[in-house]
Design a protein. Structure first.
Length: 283
């Protein structure tokens, strides 16, 4: 499932093509993905100018001149691919339609944005922009980790008294938005904190230390274009490459990369997900 860096990478790729531009034609090729599309979605998108393209947690939000916002979730295999880019950043013309091209947005400037989703776990919805933050998928999401509301005082208070493992706490979207399994594993390694440690037992100093590390991990991943493990592609069809910089994720049995450490990366299952860590470095 794409995490914050992957979704932010897609947003940055789409923004020059969508922001300020008119959707000349919206083509919807099926009635649903994970859930049914909103009624008359094609007609409600066609002719609308995109005022802004935002990200909230793992969701893309396109604010339209109609006063509605298009919510997009990539799901497990969703891709937003650009072709025919009038800005000259992408060399390929419009490709032949594919089986899983479920929504196609032809922009007035000549670009085409295709939402391709073989597994159909993605989602799209339309809602009034003024009430977008109260949408059921967004209403209970915590602060953005790259924003000012996510700070040392906030995270220390949010973790205080929690009996869940710190790994589970950081994956809780009500505590912090957009973090997923990969980047929590990498964050905890850099912080020297075991994913098994109970969140409420962390000292205020150690809890606060997670904030800049989370930001650094996310920024490094965004700079690398995200991580491509199976399905993720950037908007030009290219793979992200942060997976080549993983310190622990997917490295079970490999030697720890910390200088002088002889520990081996271990994998444990927490709440049905794999956690990777070094038992010697992370306490």
């Amino acid at each position: 499932m794409p995490e914050l860096p992957e979704v932010e990478t897609v947003r940055r790729g789409l923004a020059p093509i969508m922001e300020g531009q008119v959707i000349a034609r919206a083509t919807v090729n099926r009635p649903d993905l994970r859930w049914p599309f909103p009624p008359e979605m094609s007609a409600r998108l066609t002719g609308q100018r995109v005022l802004a393209l935002r990200r909230r947690s793992k969701y893309l939000l396109a604010d339209l001149a109609s006063g509605e916002t298009l919510l997009i979730h990539l799901g497990m295999s969703g891709r937003m691919l650009i072709s025919g880019d009038p800005l000259g950043q992408f060399v390929h013309a419009h490709p032949a339609p594919e089986k899983h091209d479920h929504v196609v947005l032809d922009m007035a400037g000549g670009a085409r944005i295709t939402f391709n989703d073989p597994r159909r776990f993605g989602a799209m919805d339309l809602m009034p922009t003024i009430t977008a933050e109260s949408h059921p998928l967004l209403a209970r999401i915590g602060p953005e980790p790259l924003g000012n509301d996510f700070n040392e005082l906030y995270l220390t208070a949010a973790l205080k008294g929690r009996n869940t493992p710190i790994k589970s706490a950081l994956l809780d979207q009500r505590i912090v938005a957009g973090l997923g399994n990969i980047y929590v594993c990498e964050t905890l390694y850099r912080a020297g904190i075991s994913p098994l440690t109970r969140a409420g037992t962390l000292s205020a100093k150690r809890a606060a230390s997670l904030v800049p590390i989370i930001r650094d991990v996310l920024r490094d991943a965004i700079t690398a274009g995200g991580s491509s493990l199976r399905d993720f592609r950037q908007t030009d069809g290219e793979l992200g490459y942060f997976q080549h910089s993983f310190d622990v994720y997917g490295r079970e049995g490999d030697l720890c990369r910390n200088s002088g450490c002889t520990g081996l990366i271990t994998r444990v299952i927490q709440a049905g997900r794999s956690s990777f860590y070094c038992p010697k470095c992370q306490r």
